[in-house]
Design a protein around this ligand. Sequence first.
Ligand SMILES: [Zn+2]
Length: 378
Amino acid sequence: MSVWDEVVGQEHVIDVLRGAVAEPRAMTHSWLFTGPPGSGRSVAARAFAAALQCEAGGCGVCRACTTTLGGSHADVTVVATDKVTIGIDEVRDLVGRAARRPSSGRWQIIIVEDADRMLERTTNVLLKSIEEPPAHTVWILCAPSTQDVLPTIRSRCRSVVLRVPPVEAVAGLIERRDGAEPQVALEAARAAQSHIGIARRLARDPEARARRTQILEIARDIRGVGDAVVAAGRLVAVAQAEARAATQERDAAEKAELLRALGADAGQTLPPRLRSQVSELERDQKRRATRYQRDVLDRAMLDLLSLYRDVLLLQLGSDVEPVNTAMSGTVRALAADSEPLQTLRRMDAVGQARERLDANVAPLLAVEAMTVALRPQG
Ligand SMILES: [Zn+2]
């Protein structure tokens, strides 16, 4: 067993990080971990932190390893944000922490999971600390790609690039860690296109699988403009339901926690001076739900793209492995019912909808334009 067990399909990265752990005197103090969403950036960052704190270089079982991986090591700080940006005060705190000696560990380690969510003036607060950190401090910044962080950050960090892990590696991890059936794990890993978090959710949660199937069937059911409008409404509703399911419980827990901290009871009317703090939390939660809903919709678009990709592969007689093996009936029906050129046009329409959503067009409008373009021609 070792801390690297859950870092799958990244052998090249593990080699580099192991080498760094083995040579503490030559330590690079600022790292930038990049890799596409779901490739396991933050898992790799935590594993590296554990290996650095561990007396044995990452045994996976000692106290330093287990507390680091479990998120309770006193000298490992992890910043993961659900907000659109990481606040400047938060980063000032981190810089202060980076200057302190570790209390019991070998290093003072600070992991910033979404380093791409810092505004430029916030980044400036960080620059000096990541350029010349104290001898005992290690910064690990994570982002989807090096282009997502400012050049001033990029140039001060050693870069580690994670790749999309192979489907089999992701399936193996889900089998091992979550005890999923091999067939379920493999189908989930394929459907999630190797996004580890999504593959896990698909493997563990039959409702998540059902929602994904529902989204893909929408593509099959669109015949005319009327269907297209209905389908768009359904798609947005599924995304809303998923966002609600994901955020509701946490929102309630956060609010209860805040009320407790303020010394107020849940059912009681709040004095005005406390009310503003509660409404600030509620505003943050609303923003988070909106972002989550957009992420879910974007994921639905990627699922649709994967479906049309499978259709195109079939139409072109390619023997490349399809993504949606569990939906071969739908793929066959769509392939028989259209020409490759139309499949390409449909993929374009999905791509355009993603761009519009990214540009903050109202979800229903963007999705409706797409579903109308997805209906059969002629
Ligand atoms: Zn250990």
